[in-house]
Design a protein around this ligand. Structure first.
Ligand SMILES: [Zn+2]
Length: 114
């Protein structure tokens, strides 16, 4: 979970502090609910959690920046698939070359082609 600072930056919320901010968001939903119950439903902690996990930002205070969100998922860098060539070197699959002597890495290409 992340929260926004007044400068607009998002910072991670330590796990042991998540409930503090969730409770603030519960309070804020109650505050907004008193203001306009038709537009702002009363939210529980778990409803806020599920709103966050569906990608929504949830307010936890009265200032514009006081919002919570789930940290964006960073895509893991795919591991390059490696393969053992017949020259004896293990290299990325996309770099494998075919020679008369079998598969080869670029460095051994000339030797393997003889
Ligand atoms: Zn090689």
């Amino acid at each position: 979970m992340e929260r926004r600072l007044s400068n607009g930056n998002w910072i991670p919320v330590p796990e042991d502090q998540e409930n503090i901010f969730l409770d603030q968001a519960v309070e804020d939903s109650a505050r907004q609910n008193r203001y306009d119950a038709t537009r702002y439903p009363l939210l529980s902690r778990s409803e806020i959690r599920s709103a966050l996990s569906s990608g929504k930002e949830v307010r936890h205070g009265t200032d514009w920046y006081e919002s919570l969100r789930n940290a964006p998922v960073r895509k893991p860098v795919p591991e390059i698939e490696k393969t053992l060539c017949q020259c004896g070197h293990r290299i990325a699959k996309m770099l494998v070359m075919n020679t008369s002597g079998g598969t080869s890495c670029p460095d051994c290409y000339d030797r393997m082609s003889e």
